[in-house]
Design a protein around this ligand. Structure first.
Ligand SMILES: [Zn+2]
Length: 407
């Protein structure tokens, strides 16, 4: 199913602009709250649309002016009339794209990365009416469909912090909510594995990742951050959407590589899951063909701009002895140390000294090559830049540096 819930946006209820825009997250859960406000017939919104808008505005005011937060703390509000309203700015747009907006409803990082739904009322013993319940099911199912969060991951606020929220009655209804959401989603919903999941399927995933050289950590059946990082690396390496979610497309590749007879290893001179064909039809890393410099160049060119370029080159580098890499960097390192900051008046260090020496060699006078970028060095840089027809700003940045080195 698609995102079918009808949600009134912050714009539509005349929200105040946020003090600051909160960042996007990759949510793992849906977190259920209650507002702990009176139940009908004394409910704040009185079950009307106008009342719903007034209520959400008052929550925003309380969170911003009272608590000093940047915006409403929750992502969505479900009123007694079954009206759904966006809370924190950006939440509706993000959730439709499978993301969430970092909020402040759950008292923990993990919780705040997930969408929080406030339900108007106090549900310790009081039972939610059918209209409000149906809206909650519709919103949860819509969120599950776009974020691919399993209905099993619908949780209560008390699962994240010490609180009575969302009330005993509503908390005890969560199994029914999960069931109703699952039913609403129908068979089109595809389960994906994600951070926070556990079980034998996660174990299988970790086994394949580790065997393929993507370090998922211990094979414990717990999908933690290490496993997620390994999944993302695996996805990048294979040109998949690197979202850290293990859905059908990622499983397909995992299963294919797990069946391939020879995964790349340190002792194997064979192919690093290399392309079947390359431009020109040569096999750059074929096991029968000895390495030559030209083939290595072809290989680099082939991987250029591909989504898994960095991983491919890192893998290739890992196949070389450390001594070779050290020799290479000593021989060819004529660039300043990383990160390269623009050199300008006031800069000091070996790169300044190197720039001064280069200026001297080219007949400019930066003063003594003492590694201190003073007025004289700046004047020499300006003269050099003018001589090359470049912008003469007296700063050795990403453009001037290579010209100075090569000219
Ligand atoms: Zn709560």
């Amino acid at each position: 199913m698609a995102f079918t819930a009808s949600v009134i946006s912050t714009k539509e209820w005349d929200a105040r602009p946020p003090r600051q825009w909160a960042g996007e997250t990759r949510p793992q859960y849906i977190i259920i709250h209650h507002t702990a406000t009176p139940n009908p017939p004394n409910d704040v919104s009185r079950g009307t649309l106008t009342g719903a808008k007034t209520f959400t505005r008052s929550i925003q005011t309380a969170h911003v002016d009272g608590f000093g937060w940047i915006d409403s703390g929750h992502n969505f509000l479900n009123t007694t009339g079954g009206y759904l309203l966006e809370g924190r700015h950006g939440s509706l747009n993000a959730i439709k794209r499978g993301r969430s907006i970092r909020s402040s409803h759950a008292g923990s990082n993990k919780g705040n990365e997930s969408p929080g739904i406030e339900n108007e009322g106090t549900f310790t013993t009081y039972q939610m009416n059918a209209k409000q319940w149906d809206s909650l099911v519709e919103l949860c199912a819509s969120i599950c469909s776009t974020t691919k969060i399993s209905p099993d991951n619908i949780r209560g606020h008390r699962d994240f912090s010490p609180t009575q929220c969302p009330g005993d009655w509503l908390y005890n209804q969560l199994p029914r909510l999960r069931q109703d959401v699952r039913q609403r989603l129908g068979t089109s919903f595809i389960e994906v594995l994600r951070e926070g999941d556990t079980g034998p399927r996660v174990k299988e995933l970790q086994q394949i990742l580790n065997a393929q050289g993507f370090k998922a950590g211990p094979i414990d059946g717990i999908f933690g951050e290490g496993t997620e990082d390994a999944v993302i690396s695996f996805q990048k390496f294979h040109g998949l959407d690197a979202d850290g979610l293990v859905g059908p497309a990622t499983w397909k590749v995992l299963e294919r590589v797990s069946k391939s007879p020879e995964p790349p290893t340190d002792t194997d001179s064979g192919t690093p899951t290399a392309p079947d064909t390359t431009p020109g039809g040569s096999t750059p890393l074929g096991s029968q063909t000895p390495f030559t410099q030209v083939q290595l160049l072809d290989t680099y060119k082939y991987y250029r701009e591909l989504p898994h370029q960095t991983q491919a080159i890192q893998w290739l580098q890992a196949q070389l002895p450390q001594a070779t890499l050290v020799e290479f960097s000593q021989k060819w390192r004529n660039q300043p140390s990383d990160p390269f900051l623009p050199l300008q008046e006031g800069s000091v260090g070996p790169e300044v000294k190197q720039a001064q020496e280069l200026l001297q060699q080219k007949g400019f006078d930066p003063g003594p090559a003492d590694g201190i970028y003073g007025a004289k060095t700046k004047a020499a840089v300006i003269a050099f830049q003018r001589s090359k027809g470049m912008t003469a700003d007296g700063i050795v940045g990403a453009v001037t540096w290579p010209v100075l080195n090569l000219a």
